[in-house]
Ligand binder design. Structure first.
Ligand code: HPA
Length: 279
C-alpha cells in the first residue's frame, strides 16, 4: 500500500465522520484573501486540527480550516489557509488537501494566491489570471511511487489551467469592470522573498508573477484530471522593481484592499461554473 494514499484515506475517513457534504468546486484562498468565507452559505466547518495527520498551516493570515457550503446553488469546499513547502512539509503533504477535496467530490479547483508582480504594467492590487506556470524550482508533488488511483505516472501538463475556466474568468471580470491581467506564475520555495537578481532570472524565464504556492497544487490537481483555474492577487511589485522593502504585512494589506473586487470575481466565476454544468 502506498503510505501517501494510506494517509489520505485516513484523512478522508476523518472528514466523513464529521460531514457528508459533497462539494463540486474546491476553492483555495491565499494570504489575506481568507475573508471570502463570508460569502459562503455555510453548512459545515472543519478545523484542519480535527483531521489526524492533516498538515496545519503556521502562517499568520491563514486560518486553517475547511468551510463547506453553497455559493448560490453550487456546493463548494473552501480552504481558509493552505500549507506551504517552506513550512517544512513534504510536497506530498502540501498537496494532501487538494487530493482530499477531490476525494470529497470536487472536480473543479480554483486556486488563489498573493504574488509579487514582475511584468511591467502590473502594480500592487492588480489581479492576474494564471495562464501558465513554472514549477521547476520546487520538488514535484508526484515524486515517489505513483498513486494509480489518482492518475498516470507521467501526466501531461500541456494545458494546466483550463481554457473554458479562463474564458469564464475573463467574462466575469468584464462584467464587474475589473482589469484582469494575464500571465505566467512561477513558484519559488521561499520563505525568503527573492533577491533582485532572482527576479531578473524569473523575468528572463518568462514569469510575470512570483509566489510560494499554487503551481505544485495545480500539478497534483491535473494528475487527478481536475479542471484548474488560478488567480493571483499582485500584492506588491517583486524585489528590485520598486525601492520598497517587502513584508508580509504589506502583502496582507494589499490583499485586504482588493478583497471586494476579488470576491465579486470569484462568486461570478463559481455561479457560471454551475450554469455550464446544466447546459
Ligand atoms: N514573492 C514571493 N511571494 C510573494 C510575493 C513576492 O514578492 N508577494 C506575495 N507573495
Amino acid at each position: 500500500m502506498n503510505p501517501i494514499y494510506d494517509k489520505l484515506q485516513r484523512c478522508f475517513v476523518a472528514v466523513r465522520e464529521k460531514t457528508d457534504f459533497e462539494p463540486k468546486v474546491a476553492l483555495v484562498l491565499g494570504s489575506g484573501l481568507g475573508a471570502y468565507g463570508g460569502h459562503i452559505e455555510i453548512e459545515d466547518i472543519l478545523d484542519y486540527r480535527e483531521i489526524e495527520g492533516f498538515p496545519v498551516s503556521t502562517v499568520s493570515g491563514h486560518a486553517g480550516r475547511f468551510i463547506f457550503g453553497y455559493v448560490g446553488q453550487v456546493p463548494v469546499v473552501c480552504m481558509q489557509g493552505r500549507v506551504h513547502y517552506y513550512e517544512g512539509y513534504e510536497m506530498s503533504d502540501v498537496v494532501l488537501p487538494i487530493r482530499l477535496m477531490k476525494m470529497m467530490g470536487a472536480d473543479t479547483l480554483v486556486l488563489t494566491n498573493a504574488a509579487g508582480g514582475i511584468r511591467q504594467g502590473f502594480r500592487g492590487g492588480s489581479l492576474m489570471l494564471i495562464t501558465g506556470q513554472i514549477a521547476s524550482f520546487v520538488p514535484s508533488p508526484l515524486r515517489g511511487p505513483n498513486i494509480e488511483e489518482f492518475g498516470v505516472r507521467f501526466p501531461d501538463m500541456g494545458q494546466i489551467y483550463d481554457l473554458d475556466l479562463q474564458r469564464t474568468a475573463k467574462r466575469a471580470a468584464m462584467k464587474f469592470d475589473i482589469d484582469l491581467k494575464e500571465g505566467i506564475y512561477i513558484q519559488l520555495p521561499g520563505p525568503q522573498y527573492e533577491s533582485p537578481q532572482e527576479i531578473a532570472m524569473c523575468r528572463t524565464l518568462g514569469a510575470d508573477a512570483v509566489g510560494m504556492s499554487t503551481a505544485c497544487e495545480a500539478i497534483a490537481a491535473r494528475h487527478m484530471q481536475m479542471r484548474v483555474l488560478g488567480i493571483s492577487c499582485i500584492t506588491n511589485m517583486a524585489s528590485g522593481i520598486t525601492p520598497f522593502t517587502l513584508s508580509h504585512e504589506e502583502v496582507q494589506r494589499t490583499a485586504d484592499h482588493v478583497a471586494e473586487q476579488f470576491e465579486a470575481l470569484i462568486t461570478e466565476i463559481i455561479l457560471t461554473i454551475k450554469d455550464e454544468r446544466f447546459l
